[in-house]
Design a protein around this ligand. Structure first.
Ligand SMILES: [Zn+2]
Length: 403
């Protein structure tokens, strides 16, 4: 990024209960994964101004170091946690504004992270400021913010949760501020996510002249049969809270530029998004068995990566709490959904009930990412309502989520 932009201020406060200044300050930090670029410093200063005790943890397994923040306001339970990430995806092409200038045009805030998900972090802190101004909080509020969500997610939330566990820190409920709304703020809460399995298939044969196929062993038909077996029938019809699982063939590569040569190798990639009818391990076995049926005359390699199992916090106290807050502020009854890609909630669900609610996702990861100032205010009001009702209610500590 060439043009000079204002240095990110580290003394932005949200004590007025207005999220905008903090959202802009966060966007002005070009924190493309794994860079922090001052984003967590800005956030920490704002959190400390509200009385949060802040802890930074840097993890660097297998690559560049990633900075993470845990902050807690209060020392007693219950501990309501807001989780998210300050890292953003690379800028890409097609922007009509500086992606890190946090410009406001016609009531819309532009910048990388405006939707995914710096604005939500700012809205949450602004909500805490408003709650705090109204009196003592009967419990604790914490922030679990990573700089490694958009990357491999190896040195972020998963490691922070281990660290919290070692410290004896307990989270009672967690709201992740990922952008969950398709087109309108209030439409959708995510209560779980599908699992994801990525496979790479390499089929070997014997190259030869295409006029003498009996002297060669063409790997392409075998590759096609294997892929055909994977997509021959639906994996399932969906479950109570999940859509049907899907298999997408993502690439077929032979790279053969000759018209009269049978190639020796053919490769393909596929991605399976699976619901709670499956586990990654069982699907991996199924893929292997399906391919074996067509392996007869040649060898093949199968590489499988399971980046997350499916998970669900069944509709209950936490989703009721968030849906109630959405309804109270917007009048809308949000759908409880498990669609979309995976998120760090897949790690958090192991320690407490978790659901996700944040901005509108239409522009996330795109050029001219944005959120409207009206939505920023509405999201702040929803988060405030969540906190008010959580601390006014009987509390809930029943994990109740599926394994
Ligand atoms: Zn995100």
């Amino acid at each position: 990024m060439s043009p000079a932009r204002p240095h990110p201020s580290s003394d932005i406060t949200v004590s007025s209960g207005d999220a905008l200044a903090l959202a802009r300050a966060l966007i002005r930090c070009p924190s493309v994964t794994p860079a922090n670029a001052g984003a967590l410093d800005v956030l920490q200063a704002a959190a400390e101004s509200l009385g949060f005790a802040c802890h930074r943890q840097v993890f660097g397994e297998g690559g560049e170091a990633v900075d993470n923040l845990y902050a807690r306001l209060g020392t007693t339970g219950p501990n309501f946690c807001f989780a998210g990430h300050t890292d953003v995806v690379p800028v890409g092409d097609g922007w009509t504004v500086d992606p890190f200038a946090a410009d406001i045009v016609n009531g819309t805030l532009y910048g990388r992270g405006a939707a995914d998900m710096k604005s939500a972090i700012a809205a949450f802190l602004a909500a805490v400021a408003r709650l705090r101004a109204a009196g003592k909080i009967p419990g604790s509020i914490s922030l679990l913010i990573t700089g490694d969500e958009e990357g491999d997610a190896v040195n972020g939330t998963a490691k922070m949760l281990d660290w919290l566990h070692a410290k004896g820190e307990h989270l009672d409920a967690c709201l992740v501020g990922e952008p969950t709304n398709p087109t309108k703020l209030g439409e959708m809460i995510k209560i779980g996510r599908r699992g994801s399995l990525t496979g790479k298939l390499t089929v070997y044969g014997t190259p030869g002249h295409s006029a003498y196929p009996h002297l060669a062993d063409n790997p392409i038909p075998r590759l096609m049969q294997m892929l055909g077996a994977l997509i021959a029938a639906p994996l399932d019809q969906g479950s109570a809270h999940f859509p049907p699982s899907t298999v997408a063939i993502t690439t077929i590569d032979v790279g053969n530029r000759a018209t009269n040569v049978i190639p020796g190798v053919a490769k393909a990639g596929f991605n399976i998004r699976f619901n709670d009818h499956h586990t990654g391990a069982k699907l991996k076995d199924w893929v292997r068995t399906s391919c074996d049926r067509f392996a007869a005359t040649g060898t093949y390699d199968l590489e499988v990566k399971i980046s997350g199992e499916s998970f669900l916090t069944p509709p209950g106290p936490l989703s009721n709490l968030v849906a109630g807050a959405v309804k109270a502020v917007t009048g809308m009854t949000p759908e409880l959904s498990t669609t979309g890609g995976t998120s760090d909630a897949r790690f958090i669900r192991k320690v407490c009930p978790v659901c996700e609610f944040g901005m509108i996702g239409l522009t996330m990861h795109k050029a001219d990412e944005s959120c409207s100032l009206a939505d920023l205010d509405t999201l702040t009001a929803i988060y405030l309502k969540v906190l008010q009702n959580y601390f006014a209610g009987p509390g809930f500590d029943s994990p109740g989520q599926s394994a």
